[in-house]
Design a protein around this ligand. Structure first.
Ligand code: ADP
Length: 192
């Protein structure tokens, strides 16, 4: 590839694996923009924009926004100049059709993904982390729903990227600095 200095990275992992935090840290280290689709959608909801109004109910029940709508969101975001030299995508793709959309976007620009980081942790750790954050009441049902959706819709991407030799598995069940080092090592170490 001609673009040897760029980094195009995808972060995969279940809800509460810590990938949001790690994505921001890694993006800063690599000097590429962190692009979190969850953040973008939450901001749209806060702003009360048309997009926000369309996604709010879906997000609140722990479900996924449609692939069609997400394709539009991501296509527009990746077209911005700051993403030209690389990006760290956190939260996209989340389904097999979304992975195909990302392939198409990148192919249309003649560039490729470099790494897919999978940040993982046992389900009970994920649930405990989510509930430890505050409001208990009926939130556990939504938390478990989001984890269930992850295993059903997103986990198949692990195999897809593994087959392409892009997958870097990192254990997220450690303190944050240690996880950060493991992520950097996984990138430098090449395919695992
Ligand atoms: P997490 O806590 O798992 O990191 P995110 O912040 O990435 O969650 O996303 C929050 C919510 O936004 C998701 O539960 C989903 O409703 C919606 N969302 C974010 N990214 C996508 C996507 N790629 N496809 C569909 N829905 C998405």
């Amino acid at each position: 590839m001609a673009d040897v200095d760029s980094s195009r990275i995808v972060f995969l992992g279940p809800p509460n694996s810590g990938k949001g935090t790690q994505a921001v840290r890694l993006a800063e280290t690599l000097e590429i923009p962190p692009i979190s689709t969850g953040e973008m959608l939450r901001q749209a909801v806060t702003d009360g924009s048309e997009l926000g109004l369309r996604v709010e109910a879906v997000m609140n029940r722990g479900d996924l926004v449609s692939d069609e709508l997400m394709a539009e969101v991501v296509r527009n975001r990746l077209a911005r100049p700051d993403a030209e030299e690389g990006f760290l995508l956190d939260g996209y793709p989340r389904t097999l059709p979304q992975a195909a959309t990302l392939d198409a976007i990148l192919a249309s620009r003649d560039v490729e993904l470099h790494d897919v980081v999978l940040l993982d942790a046992p389900e009970e750790v994920l649930v405990a982390r989510a509930l430890g954050r505050g409001r208990k009441d009926d939130r556990e049902a939504v938390v478990r729903e989001r984890i269930r959706v992850y295993f059903e819709k997103t986990a198949p991407l692990v195999e897809l990227y593994d087959e392409r030799g892009l997958l870097r598995r990192v254990d997220g069940d450690h303190e944050m600095d240690r996880v950060e080092r493991a992520i950097l090592d996984s990138l430098e170490g090449g395919p695992t």
